[in-house]
Design a protein around this ligand. Structure first.
Ligand code: FHN
Length: 689
């Protein structure tokens, strides 16, 4: 009877900490379970832009953005309405191709940035019912999805280049902004979303996009997230409903932004992030919308290996097709969906419902894993086949119950432990040149050679500090040193951490029966003297601010610029501006530190920002970027400390949040009651101490 550890996966609440403060009657785990199981979906970008198919006035590189990239006036673009007649559209065929490919859900552009609704909307005449086609494509697709067991999901663009109430206008178009009412546009969006959620059966995901322009903000995003969840409580909503997405990397920066999963685009994160749901969306060639001249197709082998790579990091893969104006998938897409499907037919269980690899990296391929009755099952996705006939699984100590090719389950492969590795004897030639999957049933949960974790975000301390040193591995002892030398089984051991009073280069390693069973981990913790505060007579609440207008790619030297406004502000906020783009701020004054300690400051901004304490640049978050959070730590004595925050916004979203934390203060926006300025301070410019 095997001494079997029944593996229990504690699936971390795979969400950003602040994503959900209401349950709407269904908990997050239940809501996300089908999506995590699915792992693989079809993205469809289809609309009027399929008619020009990427070409305009002799330029052939346009895509779904053609209205903007070709600067087509709205009355000219509207003429496509009279040409949209995809007579070869067949929802069943589309859904069957997706199903064969192993895809479990379909996300289609119900409305892209051009504002055209691919569904019968009572709130817009700029919809499919105004075209010669006069059929509700979304209804036909939703019906086919139900028929073949796929989840129907909607892409919906917040940005709308057509609706008269949407702002801002494109900077190249002459259409007046007069009479535009953005809140009326938001109400229009909600009316359409109600149609999309109420009229087409159960909807899996609302995939928002186009959230990056300055008119959309966190309040709108949070409200829209709550609105759609109220309409269908178990619906899943991506993070582009709000403004917390960090660029094309797609993950949500902290700070309370909503969204159930991150949305990396055209890229695969270097590693997974435990406890965070994310989905990479990607084109098969280089355009989302159909471009008849785009022959830059990714191979089926590349796409299958990308699917394995993404799954091995705990993510979902949303692979795009851009149908033609006739309603057909391009033949190259059809071929790839077919070949992916052939591979998934044999190897799908190595993708569906799997979780991330227990290995940091594998030279020959990827790994996914699942709980299995005997402990755990690893799926080895072998891209590079070993000429030696021996596949080495490095740094793992489990006993193997059995190993076999997923394509031939009846025949066991030889597998044995060799020191720190598992070795599997494999056939001389690679069975599947795209990606051969070998299943390995382990006894117990994967026992890989991960070193202990030294988990302290602050690397400086004043008097003493407790450094946590932990491991999730079983049946090991952690040994450590404080002088940077490699530990031995004779070094001090710990099961939780160590307290230090001097600068220490903490080095730790896992041991079993006196021998190392992991590499080492090392972190330097430095003892520092706290910066002393300054005396200020007549301290008044609030910071001095200066407001500037201009266009920069990095933070300018504000002291050389003419201010456009100034005054005193109770908090660090950028609302005192007269435009949404091309502006900057300087906030100067003092922060009152009530207790000596190490403080970590954060700026979360779109675009760049910096934070100084005294002359010390503590946070450097400069540059052109979407919402991005950067932090830095500093040791401070109690008292008033000069603080300066600078910020600029060029184009698109604009947001600045400044947080701080210490061992006694949980991360929070710096409260107003800690912000001061000198009553009769010098003219603005760096405050002398
Ligand atoms: O601007 C869109 C683009 O057209 C496409 O829809 C992609 C797909 O995720 N999203 C935006 C670009 O990030």
């Amino acid at each position: 009877m095997k001494n079997i550890l029944i593996l229990i996966f504690f699936v971390l609440s795979c969400q950003n900490p602040a994503v959900e403060n209401k349950s709407y009657g269904i908990d997050h785990e239940s809501r996300m379970s089908w999506w995590r199981e699915a792992r693989f979906g079809l993205f469809i970008h289809w609309g009027l832009y399929a008619i020009p198919a990427g070409e305009w006035n002799g330029k052939t590189t346009h895509g779904e953005w053609i209205r903007t990239t070709a600067e087509i006036p709205i009355d000219v673009y509207d003429r496509f309405i009279g040409q949209f007649n995809p007579v070869k559209f067949d929802a069943d065929k589309w859904v069957q191709m997706a199903k064969h490919a192993g895809m479990r859900y379909i996300v289609i552009t119900s409305k892209h940035h051009d504002g055209f609704s691919l569904f019968d909307s009572k709130h817009s005449d700029f919809d499919v019912m105004s075209t010669p086609f006069k059929r509700d494509i979304m209804d036909e697709l939703a019906t086919a999805c139900r028929k073949y067991g796929l989840k129907m999901c909607w892409y919906y663009s917040i940005m709308d280049w057509h609706h008269p109430d949407y702002l801002p206008r494109r900077n190249w178009e002459s259409r007046s902004e007069d009479g535009a009412d953005y809140d009326r546009y938001v109400a229009y969006m909600k009316n359409q979303l109600k149609e999309l959620i109420d009229n087409y059966g159960d909807i899996g995901v609302l995939w928002f996009d186009g959230e990056w322009e300055g008119t959309w903000d966190h309040d709108y995003g949070k409200d829209l997230y709550d609105y759609v969840r109220t309409l269908q409580p178990d619906i899943i909503v991506n993070n582009r409903v709000d403004i917390g997405r960090s660029g094309m990397g797609g993950m949500t920066s902290s700070g309370g932004y909503v969204g159930d999963f991150g949305t990396p685009e055209q890229e695969i994160p270097a590693t997974g992030i435990p406890g965070v749901d994310w989905e990479t969306c990607m084109t098969m060639n280089t355009h989302w919308g159909y471009n008849k001249n785009d022959d830059n197709w990714k191979s089926s082998k590349d796409l299958i290996q990308k699917l394995a790579d993404i799954s091995s990091k705990g993510g979902n893969f949303l692979l795009n097709v851009g149908p033609t104006s006739e309603g057909l998938f391009p033949q190259e897409s059809v071929e790839r969906l077919g070949q992916i499907g052939d591979w998934m037919k044999v190897n799908g269980e190595s993708i569906y419902g799997t979780s991330a690899s227990p290995f940091k990296s594998l030279s020959w391929g990827r790994c996914t894993q699942k709980v299995a009755s005997g402990g755990s099952r690893l799926f080895l996705h072998v891209f590079s086949w070993p000429e030696s006939g021996r596949l080495v699984l490095p740094g793992i100590y489990n006993k193997v119950d059995r190993a076999f090719l997923l394509a031939d389950k009846r025949k066991d492969l030889e597998a044995f432990n060799d020191k720190d590795n598992i070795v599997i004897t494999v056939p001389k030639t690679q069975p599947d040149p795209f990606n051969t999957v070998i299943a390995v049933d382990l006894i117990g949960k994967p026992d890989v050679n991960d070193p202990p974790v030294i988990d302290e975000r602050q690397k400086i301390f004043i008097d003493k500090m407790s450094v946590s040193i932990t491991t999730e591995r079983e049946n090991v002892n952690i040994h450590y040193t404080l002088d940077g030398t490699n530990p031995s089984s004779k070094s001090p051991s710990t099961s939780g951490g160590v307290s230090i009073t001097e600068t220490s280069l903490v080095t730790a390693q896992n041991f079993r029966d006196g021998s190392p069973v992991s590499g080492t981990i090392q972190e330097l913790f430095t003892k520092v003297d706290p910066d002393q505060g300054v005396e200020i007579a007549q301290a008044k609440r609030g910071l001095r601010y200066q407001y500037f207008e201009g266009s920069w790619d990095r933070l300018p030297d504000f002291e050389r610029l003419e201010e456009s406004g100034s005054g005193i502000t109770p908090s660090i906020d950028i609302s005192k501006r007269s435009q949404d783009n091309h502006f900057g701020f300087v906030f100067e004054g003092f922060i009152l530190i009530q207790e000596k300690g190490v403080y970590t400051f954060y700026t979360d901004s779109d675009d760049g920002s910096q934070l100084f304490i005294g002359d010390n640049l503590v946070v450097d978050n400069d540059g052109l970027h979407s919402m991005t959070e950067v932090s830095g730590s500093v040791a401070l004595a109690a008292g008033y400390h000069p603080m300066r925050v600078t910020y600029f916004e060029k184009n698109g979203g604009n947001q600045l949040n400044v947080y701080f934390e210490s061992v006694k203060i949980q991360k929070r926006l710096i409260p107003d009651n800690l912000l001061f300025h000198k009553k009769y301070g010098p003219p603005l410019g760096w405050l002398d101490n």
